[in-house]
Design a protein around this ligand. Structure first.
Ligand code: 4AZ
Length: 427
């Protein structure tokens, strides 16, 4: 006689239950299925409702003509503007239009994406960002935006705008996002930099243009993203190895794991860089495939040749470099706030004397401490303008050790090489 273990007995019981369930009347079964379906439908409905009740970001493209003015890259006389000023004035104007309108609760920001000089004026293309509950009609909103702009830009004193030239069109959110991200020098986190020795750890997406240049997968130098395929760095990074096949570039605030990695396709070192001389310490690097800009990976702006910066201005350096002379490179990105040092100060005999040549400048503190170090080379020194747009003005180049008294860091002056960068990259 077979001996039934516990599982076999349960199995038999199960079969008996099975027999009972087959006794369910058809109407009971139908009721049960109906009940289950109703519960599922209600749950899905509630889920959809709660997930979808959030605000949706929407993008609108506007364009208008600013008349009776001329663009001038040097002076600033009557009706004569620099493009940079005009961008700022136009963005402030659109901010003001919506800050005081029926759409004020929904308005987020605007960005002038293009200023095109035309006969007797300039055409401005601007992207406007709003947030609406998801059930809002886009065509109705588009008309509302047009009507608000149409009423208010007529009466503005800041600029003379031809209201009949105004056009407003809804954009798909993917095009809107991509267009906004394609703009340079913008980041999506607030600036909080603590002054601790050797800098501070950088927040995610705080310096989205920072890259790490690696040969045989070992971090060697910093670099700065200036387009979706080009980087600027220091020439001396390639002193021992300029074979693109042995170099890769990574993005993100850690080297390991990288947020994204690319192969280097081309390394162009300044023709007049000859080590051990320190002049012409600049190179551009092309990688592939190109990156898509996101909050974490984005290009910095390049300054115009004519841009100049006041001594003592606040600037920032970032890098994976060592925390002290002779130390190792770091896995996590760090940032430090520095001050620009005038040539007069830096060329003093007890600082660097005549070692500071054309195309270089100093930044940091004569008392030392905050400084770039080995492994930061090639990385960015950036400055922020009044509209929170970041510009690359220096490339970490050299210095006597790190953080020493009277020996601040020395940087390649980007404005000096602006035309050289354009000649190699087209940017
Ligand atoms: C280097 O070895 C290096 N303190 C970079 C910057 C500085 C010193 C050394 C500036 O790459």
């Amino acid at each position: 006689m077979p001996v039934f273990g516990r599982y076999q007995q349960d199995f038999l019981k199960g079969r008996r239950f099975g027999t009972r369930s087959r006794d369910l009347k058809p109407w009971m079964l139908a009721l049960l299925i109906l009940f289950i379906l109703t519960v599922m439908a209600v749950t899905i409905g509630l889920l959809v409702h709660f997930l979808d009740s959030g605000e949706k970001t929407e993008y609108y493209h506007g364009s208008f003509k600013i008349s009776h003015l001329q663009i001038n890259s040097h002076s600033r006389q009557n009706n004569t503007y620099q493009l940079k000023d005009l961008r700022e004035i136009s963005e402030n104007l659109v901010d003001n239009v919506f800050a005081d309108s029926t759409l004020q609760e929904h308005y987020i920001k605007n960005q002038v994406i293009r200023l095109t000089p035309e006969e007797d004026g300039v055409k401005a293309d601007v992207i406007m960002v709003f947030q609406f509950p998801s059930d809002e009609q886009r065509m109705i909103i588009q008309k509302k935006i047009h009507s608000i702009l149409n009423q208010k830009i007529r009466n503005t004193r800041a600029l003379s705008i031809n209201a009949s030239s105004l056009q407003v069109n809804a954009m798909s959110s993917s095009t809107g996002k991509l267009t906004i991200h394609a703009c340079c020098g913008k980041r999506n986190v607030p600036l909080i930099v603590n002054r601790i020795m050797s800098g501070d750890l950088a927040a995610k997406a705080a310096w989205p243009w920072q890259a790490s240049l690696q040969s045989n997968n070992i971090h060697q130098c910093g670099a700065t993203l200036i387009s979706n395929t080009w980087l600027v760095t220091a020439a001396h990074c390639f002193k021992y190895n300029a074979n693109p096949r042995q170099w890769t570039v990574s993005f993100g605030t850690t080297i390991n794991p990288p947020l994204m990695k690319r192969n280097v396709k081309r390394i162009i070192v300044h023709e007049r860089y000859h080590s051990p001389a320190k002049e012409y310490d600049i190179a551009v690097v092309q990688f592939s495939p190109r990156v898509t800009f996101t909050d974490d990976i984005r290009r910095v702006c390049l300054p115009e040749v004519s841009a100049s910066f006041q001594p003592n201005s606040t600037v920032y350096i970032t890098g994976f470099g060592a925390l002290y002379s002779g130390g190792d490179s770091q896995n996590e990105l760090r940032e430090a706030r520095l001050q620009l040092i005038s040539d007069d100060v830096c060329k003093q005999p007890h600082v660097y004397g005549s070692d500071i040549k054309f195309g270089m400048f100093c930044a940091g503190y004569l008392e030392g401490i905050y400084d770039a170090c080995r492994g930061d080379s090639g990385g960015p020194l950036v400055i922020k303008d009044l509209k929170d747009t970041w510009y690359l003005i220096g490339i970490v180049s050299w210095g006597d050790n790190c953080g020493q008294k009277n020996k601040p860091g020395v940087y390649t002056k980007v404005t000096y090489f602006r035309k050289w960068i354009a000649s190699k990259t087209g940017l």
